[in-house]
Design a binder for this molecule. Structure first.
Ligand SMILES: [Zn+2]
Length: 316
C-alpha cells in the first residue's frame, strides 16, 4: 500500500462516516420533532372542540400557530440543514479529489518508481484488486446489464489480467434505481452532477475499484475514467477489455497504445498488456495482497436480472 494514499483512505473513511452519521441524526431528529408537532396539533384540535367560546377560538389560533411552526421546522430541515450537509459532502468530494493528486505525486516520488523497477526486474506474487459493481437503470427502469453479463465481464477481465498475475476480486453487484445518461468524461466532467454522484456512491475509498454500468456516456466513448479517481463508468455495450482499459487509465496509463491487440488501444477491444503496463497496474493504489479467505459475492438492491452465482469470482 502506498503510504500517502493509505492515510488519505483513512481520513476519507472517517470524514464520509461522520457525514453519514450526521445526516442520519439530522433526518431522525427532524422527523421526530415533526411527528411530535403533528401529534400536539391533533390533541390541541380535539381539546379546542371541548372548550367554550371564546376559548375555543383562542385554542384554534394557537394550534394554527403551532402548525406554522411545523412548516417552518420542515423547511429548515429540508432546505437549510440537509442542504448544508449536501454542500459539505460535495466540498469534501473535491478536497478528496485534490488530495488524491497530492498523494499521487508524493507516492510516485517516494515509492512507486522503485516498486516499478522491482516489478520490471523480478517475478512477483499474485496481486488482487477489490471490485464492486453498481448497475443503474435505463429510461424504462430496467437495469442496463444483467447479473450474468457482469459476471462474464469480470471473468473476461480476469482472463486478460492473468498475464500480469493480477486478479479482480468481485465483492458485490448492486442494482441501483438511478438513471444515468450522457456521462461527461472530458476535463469539465469533474464539475458534473455525475462526478459527484459516482463519488458519493462508490464502494471504496481508494483501496478498491467501483465499476458503474450506466445508460450512456457522451461522445463516441463507451467507457469513462477520471484519474486519479477510484471508479469507472461503462456503457452496457462496452468492449470486453473495457474494465481493464479504464483500470489502466486510473493506474497512470494515461495515453493509448498503437497496437489494436493491446488493451490500452483506443478501441478497448484488445486483450494484450505489455510488461510495463502490467507493472503500472500492479503498483497502483488498487493492487493488494490477495485475500485468502474469499468473501461470498453479494447481490443487492433492484431486482437482479438472471441468477447470482455464489462467491465464484472470488474463489481461487
Ligand atoms: Zn482510453
Amino acid at each position: 500500500m502506498l503510504v500517502c494514499q493509505l492515510i488519505l483512505n483513512i481520513i476519507s473513511t472517517v470524514v464520509r462516516t461522520i457525514i453519514l452519521v450526521v445526516r442520519l441524526v439530522v433526518e431522525t431528529v427532524c422527523s421526530w420533532v415533526s411527528s411530535i408537532i403533528t401529534t400536539v396539533v391533533e390533541v390541541m384540535r380535539k381539546v379546542c372542540r371541548w372548550l367554550p367560546w371564546p376559548l375555543n377560538k383562542l385554542c384554534n389560533w394557537v394550534a394554527d400557530l403551532v402548525e406554522v411552526v411545523q412548516v417552518v421546522w420542515d423547511w429548515v430541515c429540508e432546505e437549510v440543514i440537509k442542504k448544508i450537509i449536501d454542500y459539505i459532502e460535495v466540498f469534501w468530494i473535491y478536497v478528496e479529489y485534490a488530495l488524491q493528486w497530492v498523494c499521487w505525486f508524493i507516492d510516485w516520488v517516494l515509492f512507486k518508481w522503485w516498486r516499478l523497477l522491482l516489478c520490471l526486474w523480478t517475478k512477483q506474487a499474485e496481486r488482487c484488486i477489490k471490485v464492486c459493481v453498481k448497475v443503474t437503470v435505463d429510461s424504462r427502469g430496467v437495469p442496463v446489464i444483467t447479473n450474468d453479463e457482469v459476471l462474464a465481464r469480470i471473468a473476461k477481465s480476469n482472463e486478460i489480467l492473468e498475464q500480469c498475475n493480477l486478479k479482480l476480486e468481485l465483492q458485490s453487484i448492486e442494482f441501483v434505481d438511478q438513471h444515468i445518461e450522457n456521462v461527461s468524461c472530458s476535463a469539465g466532467g469533474i464539475f458534473s452532477e455525475h462526478f459527484i454522484w459516482f463519488n458519493r456512491e462508490k464502494c471504496f475509498n481508494g483501496d478498491g475499484l467501483t465499476v458503474f454500468y450506466v445508460d450512456s456516456i457522451s461522445g463516441s466513448s463507451d467507457g469513462c475514467s477520471i484519474p486519479p479517481s477510484d471508479w469507472i463508468a461503462l456503457e452496457s455495450g462496452s468492449n470486453v477489455g473495457d474494465i481493464v482499459h479504464e483500470l489502466g487509465h486510473l493506474s497512470d496509463l494515461f495515453g493509448h497504445h498503437d497496437d489494436p491487440n493491446n488493451v490500452m488501444h483506443a478501441s478497448g477491444a484488445g486483450t494484450e498488456l505489455t510488461k510495463t503496463q502490467c507493472c503500472m497496474i500492479r503498483i497502483s493504489k488498487f493492487s493488494r495482497a490477495c485475500n485468502r479467505y474469499s468473501r461470498s459475492l453479494k447481490t443487492i438492491g433492484h431486482d437482479a436480472p438472471e441468477s447470482a452465482e455464489e462467491s465464484k469470482p472470488t474463489d481461487e
